[in-house]
Structure formats: structure tokens, C-alpha cells
Design a protein around this ligand. Structure first.
Ligand code: CA2
Length: 146
């Protein structure tokens, strides 16, 4: 059976493509899922995309990944900058963790410059728009092939 990659998305990302296109672009999470599935297929992987606006639900999703998933791609959204709980949960996961931010958080407000998740992530992509998700999937493919 092929390995599963889970793509986790934090608060407000359900609005992707529907609000603030000047920052986050026009693509929706459904588009992200389609792009990532195509790349996953190239590597013989499968992927699922999940989103929650609730911190504890994201923690539960990460715990589920311990049983189901070979790797995690995560955009924790605002929880990036605040959540020790999500960092602690990611630290219980053994596989690769890749962090993605659609916008270039380093060009934005000071409070977006720090990421708790970066303390666990094996690599991060910021500022490449939604294309960053598919790039993470490609990197995941090469990491898992090693
Ligand atoms: O750039 C990113 O991907 C962020 O993780 C997005 C978060 C923000 O808090 C982080 O600092 C950087 C915000 C997600 C909000 O998503 C929306 C999408 C469309 C419309 C409105 C909000």
C-alpha cells in the first residue's frame, strides 16, 4: 500500500481563494489538494488535506498521523506563532515534517517572524504562494525515497 502524506491547515485557511487574494492568491484548498495529489502520485504516494480552525483538533489530527501517515506538511496559520501544543504534538511524530506559509511571513509584521513549528520542521517554505504546498510534496517524495 502507498504511503500517506497528510497536509494540515490551521485557522482561516478554509477561506483560501475566497478572501484577501492580494495576500493569499485565488487558489482554494481544493486546488491545493489537486496539485499535491498530482505530485504525490509521481512519487507513488497518496495525500489527504485537512483543515481546522480549532487548536485541539489540529493536535488530535497530528496524533492520528502517528498511526496513519508517513509525513506531515503543515501550514499552522496563526497557530504557527503561538502554539506550544502543536509543537509538542509534532514532536511525538516520527516522520518528516515540512512547514509551509503562503505569504512571506518575514516581510510581514514582527509577530509573524517567530514560528514554534520551525523548532520541529525538517524544512520550511515561505512566500511562494500556494505553489509552496506542491513543492513541499515534491521534497517529501525525495525524502521518503531515500
Ligand atoms: O502565509 C501563511 O500561510 C500564513 O500561515 C497564513 C496565516 C497567517 O496567520 C500566518 O502568519 C501566515 C493566516 C491564514 C489566513 O488565511 C486566509 C486565507 C484567505 C483569506 C483570509 C485568510
Amino acid at each position: 500500500m502507498s504511503q500517506l502524506i497528510t497536509i494540515l491547515n490551521g485557522p482561516n485557511l478554509n477561506l483560501l481563494g475566497k478572501r484577501e487574494p492580494e495576500i493569499y492568491g485565488h487558489a482554494t484548498l481544493a486546488d491545493v489538494q489537486a496539485d499535491c495529489s498530482a505530485v504525490a502520485q509521481e512519487f507513488g504516494l497518496t495525500c489527504e488535506l485537512k483543515q481546522s480552525n480549532i487548536e485541539g483538533e489540529l493536535v488530535d489530527m497530528i496524533h492520528t498521523c502517528r498511526e496513519t501517515s508517513a509525513g506531515i506538511i503543515i501550514n499552522p496559520a496563526a497557530y504557527t506563532h503561538t502554539s506550544v501544543a502543536i509543537l509538542d504534538a509534532l514532536n511525538t511524530f516520527d516522520g518528516p515534517v515540512l512547514e509551509i506559509h503562503i505569504s512571506n511571513v518575514h516581510k510581514r509584521e514582527e509577530f509573524r517572524h517567530h514560528s514554534y513549528v520551525s523548532k520541529r520542521a525538517d524544512a520550511s517554505i515561505v512566500g511562494m504562494g500556494v505553489e509552496g504546498y506542491a513543492l513541499c510534496m515534491r521534497h517529501m517524495g525525495s525524502l521518503l525515497a531515500k
